[in-house]
Design a protein around this ligand. Sequence first.
Ligand code: SF4
Length: 337
Amino acid sequence: MLGTRPPTIRDIANAIKEGGTEVALAGADRRADEASYQEVTCRSALNRVQGMPFNWTLNPYRGCTHGCHYCFARRYHSQFEMNSSDDFASKILVKTNLVDVLSRELDRPSWQRERVAFGTATDPYQPIEGHYKLTRRSLEALTRARTPVGLITKGPIVVRDTDVLLELSKAAGCTVYISVPSVDEASWRTLEPGVAPPIQRLRALRELVDAGIHAGVLMAPIVPGFTSSRRKVEDTIKAIADHGARFVGAAVMRLEDGTRDHFFTFIEQSFPAMLPALTRLYGRKEAPAAYRQEVQAMVRVLQERYGLSRRDDDANGTGARPADEPAPLPQQVGFAW
Ligand code: SF4
């Protein structure tokens, strides 16, 4: 048993190792969506990372009830002795003391106000945020500390915090990346079982942009065989442009460790006919470079066509192609998946 005080994440991992999740998540609360939420305490809030375009990450939760089958963060759940399949989407750790710890870290004279990437290992606007408000309160602390933020989410509930995001934008700078890998409804239902429909995410984008927040879309990941056809990519980029995105980026799915195990089990069970082709394509953690380049070339052509910036730091602030510059037609050749 873990006692009455919220355990640390390490306590949880050790207890799960000894007794499994049913014994270890003693304080877990079962809510309407059938997930269990275990309150934990954290020793640090800001996490230093290397080899990324940013040096610091911040994640109020671990695990994500959105449960995307391709989620790269699935593999992190195994660090806590939980599995990267069902446990990742149904056993969520909530860092209840996050904001206090974060505020102390931001108050340190040594804090250089470097950009913080918010939501790299879980969605900060998954439904439970409506209850705990850890993301909102963290954004308030970051605003007070004049620390710039890049936040990624699939949760339309992000619009609840438009006021804070706007204040943060003025105080230090803020970019919101709405994740919409595809507007294809069948792929959404299949690959993102717990996420709001793509159109709701795009409406949230429109609301943020209209409020004056620098927001755009990441089509990440594009999943070969599901969302990679030119028609689906073009429909998605057109919808993103129609909803006022300031930029759009894209990346092809990557499969590592626990994510790979989960994804291939899911394919084997639900789409066995696709297994041979996907296995061939993913002999390594990434699809072959030629394939990724082909997808990126297609995306670039369509970004141009619909007047979207490829960069999230959009220098002229409009994201628009000059009106007199003709948009080239998509030239993709030989792209099948
Ligand atoms: S919303 Fe993001 S963090 Fe959550 S499961 Fe989907 S990809 Fe993973």
